[in-house]
Design a protein around this ligand. Structure first.
Ligand SMILES: Nc1ncnc2c1ncn2[C@@H]1O[C@H](COP(=O)(O)OP(=O)(O)OP(=O)(O)O)[C@@H](O)[C@H]1O
Length: 521
């Protein structure tokens, strides 16, 4: 295809979409089975043009399965998608795109080494062989002029902060002329201020009838601030819907859980004389590309204390946690536990009773193709009672798994299901169950422990962390959720550019100063 013809084809598809407002989207009696397990049963939902619709439900309720059926990632077992009243067969995200439907994921999908402009052009579904970059750049500049947020076209993705990356993911969909945006927990990597900014700008597009939005969210604050309507799923079935203005948060929560639940409150209590448990001394560590990620940090966590580390992702906190978990070498400095040099081997972790909840548990703390029971046993499989005779092993592993599945309410078809088949929140529960169920923890290092969990589970985990603290456990909590840090921490640090930019006792913490340090000012 010639440059001109190619460019014309692209423009004509764009223009066809651009002139129209969002279509009416309806899901009718959608059912999706995985083998004998029914993840979604007869669910219907209406997304009226120019509305902001939130999709709620506990972990494993079927939210992602529903949107994946709409997007054509999954073929529904039965049920239909209607667009402007017409039954449409959507067999792939490309089909969804031709109907103006686009999805923004929890995690970024742009190519880090390429520029914003290159990523935008690459995201198009046309089979472009030849790209006229001069023309593309002009078109992109014109698009950026009218876009609700600005991201510099010539910067590489690696240079962008998390907030800008998420804005780019949304811009990509606007560039593709998507009229229906499906957002899967879009703010989980943003600070509260960034989340409000991004959702506020999307809300304006919805109010102007340029977009419709279907957003999966666990955050009631965002739902009440930005959404018009909700649909609630429970155990794969429709549990209710309604207009946000006419509902209270506890009514929404009740719809999700099927029962009224009061939030659990754990008070902080004073523990005996605090002892230094974890001492981090001038630790340096590199990123995967060899550049320095952690530039010399010092920190002590005492028994009976939660020390929080706030920071926008990409400021060295991931690498610091990986050093502490024995997954990345430190280039300088040392770590002490109970005053002794600590080398993070599995044997030392066991001896010192150190427990780690890393980020992205499916990648860092699970073996995706192994069963839930095997993953729950990863810490203890080589110790009695799980390691005597071969039969006893399986029996003990299974018994332990059944107990943990029940107490941590892990939604899994069976203990033998591969952990990779569980919903995101239930993978997180599996790792939490394994790491928090031990009675004898001395030091707990947790990175974003509540990422992607529903409100009831967040409440439960917060309670577990505080109870551990009250028992005298030293807790290092690394989180991108400031509300969580302010609620749980006794002292708070902000990491920015690989060093601590702020430190305070929680009673004296200054919210504005924390925000500014996070932003690197
Ligand atoms: N590919 C798959 N194979 C087997 N079971 C699956 C598969 N995908 C999802 N499931 C199951 O379907 C159920 C619904 O999962 P889904 O991911 O839709 O939940 P969700 O509401 O999005 O949860 P979360 O809030 O935790 O992301 C879960 O019990 C999950 O284990």
């Amino acid at each position: 295809m010639t440059e001109v013809a190619d460019s014309l084809t692209h423009q004509s598809t764009n223009n066809a979409h651009a002139l129209l407002g969002p279509p009416d989207l309806e899901v009718v009696n959608m059912t999706k089975r995985f083998g004998t397990f029914t993840a979604l049963e007869n669910v219907s939902l209406k997304l009226k043009p120019g509305t902001f619709h939130a999709l709620l439900g506990e972990n494993g309720a079927g939210k992602s399965t529903l949107v994946k059926c709409i997007m054509g990632f999954y073929t529904p077992t039965s049920g239909e998608v209607l667009i402007n009243g017409q039954v449409e067969s959507i067999g792939s995200p490309r089909d969804a795109h031709t109907h103006g439907i686009g999805m923004v994921y929890q995690h970024f999908t742009s190519v880090p080494a390429m520029t914003v402009a290159e990523n935008l052009v690459l995201s198009r579904f046309d089979n472009t062989n030849l790209i006229n970059w001069k023309k593309e750049f002009e078109d992109l500049s014109a698009f950026m002029e009218t876009a609700p947020f600005k991201v510099p076209l010539d910067m590489t993705i690696a240079q962008l902060a998390a907030g800008q990356k998420q804005k780019l993911e949304i811009l990509k969909q606007l560039y593709l002329q998507s009229k229906i945006l499906i957002l899967d927990e879009p703010t989980s990597v943003l600070t509260p201020a960034e989340a409000d900014e991004v959702l506020g700008l999307i809300r304006e597009q919805v109010t102007d009838s340029k977009l419709s939005v279907l957003m999966i969210s666990h955050k009631f604050r965002e739902i009440t601030a930005f959404a018009d309507e909700i649909t609630v799923l429970r155990k794969g079935q429709f549990a209710g819907n309604g207009r946000v203005k006419e509902m209270t948060v506890s009514e929404m929560a009740e719809m999700m859980m099927g029962e009224k639940r009061e939030p659990q409150k754990v008070e902080k209590t004073l523990h005996g004389e605090p002892k230094a448990v974890l001492e981090i001394k001038d630790i340096h560590a590199n990123k995967d590309n060899g550049l320095e990620a952690v530039g010399g940090v010092n920190l002590t966590v005492h028994s009976g204390e939660v020390v929080g580390i706030a920071g926008i992702s990409g400021n060295g906190q991931r690498e610091l946690v990986e050093v502490l978990a024995g997954q990345r070498p430190a280039t300088a400095g040392e770590v002490l536990v109970d005053g002794q040099v600590y080398t993070m081997t599995r044997a030392e972790m066991f001896k010192n009773r150190v427990f780690v909840l890393p980020e992205e548990p499916l990648r860092n703390a699970c073996v995706a193709h192994m069963s839930v029971a095997e993953n729950l046993a990863l810490r203890t499989f080589d110790r009695p009672p799980q390691a005597k005779g071969i039969l006893l092993i399986f029996k003990a592993i299974r018994e332990m798994a059944v107990g943990l599945i029940s107490s941590f309410k892990i939604k899994t078809p069976s203990p033998d299901t591969p952990v990779g088949n569980l919903s995101g929140g239930n993978v997180q529960r599996t790792v939490l169950a394994r790491e928090l169920s031990e009675d004898h923890i001395k030091l707990l290092i947790a990175a974003n422990p509540c990422f992607g969990l529903d409100f009831a589970m967040v409440d439960y985990i917060h309670g577990q962390i505080l109870e551990a603290r009250n028992r005298g456990v030293a807790v290092l909590l690394v989180s991108e959720d400031l509300d969580e840090l302010l609620k749980l921490s006794d002292r708070i640090f902000v990491i920015s550019g690989g060093t601590f930019a702020y430190e305070s006792k929680i009673e004296e913490a200054d919210f504005a100063a924390i925000g500014q340090s996070m932003a690197g000012h």
